[in-house]
Design a protein around this ligand. Structure first.
Ligand code: CU
Length: 115
C-alpha cells in the first residue's frame, strides 16, 4: 500500500514538473500601425513569464512565448490593452488609447479624424 502511494506521488510530481516547465507559443491579432507600436507592444510584454514577444507590423499578428505557470494568457492580453492596443480578446481603455501618438491611432472611429 505504501509503495503504491509513493509511486503515485512520483508520477504526479513528474507530471506537474513536465507540464509546468513547457513554454507555450501563442499567436493572436493585436491592433496597431507602425514600428513605434511594435516597440510599445513588445515592451509591455517585457515581464516575468514572457520569454519572447514579436509583433508583425504588416500582419498585426503577435507571437508570444510564455510560461503558463508564471503568467496567464488573459494577463498577456491585459498588458497589451493597458499600453493602448486592442487585442482579439481585450479592448484598450479609451483614456490610454487617446494618448497614443497620431501615427499609432488604429481605430477607425469618428473621434480619431480631425477634419
Ligand atoms: Cu504606432
Amino acid at each position: 500500500m505504501k509503495n503504491i502511494i509513493v509511486l503515485l506521488l512520483a508520477i504526479f510530481s513528474l507530471m506537474a514538473f513536465s507540464s509546468a516547465k513547457k513554454p507555450v507559443i501563442v499567436k493572436f491579432k493585436v491592433f496597431g500601425n507602425c514600428p513605434q507600436c511594435k516597440e510599445r507592444i513588445e515592451t509591455a510584454l517585457d515581464v516575468k513569464g514572457v520569454k519572447s514577444a514579436d509583433w508583425n507590423v504588416d500582419t498585426k499578428i503577435i507571437e508570444v512565448v510564455y510560461s503558463p505557470d508564471k503568467i496567464t494568457i488573459e494577463k498577456i492580453h491585459q498588458l497589451i490593452a493597458d499600453c493602448g492596443h486592442d487585442t482579439e480578446k481585450t479592448k484598450a481603455p479609451d483614456k490610454v488609447y487617446l494618448k497614443l501618438p497620431d501615427c499609432c491611432m488604429y481605430r477607425d472611429n469618428d473621434f480619431t479624424h480631425h477634419d
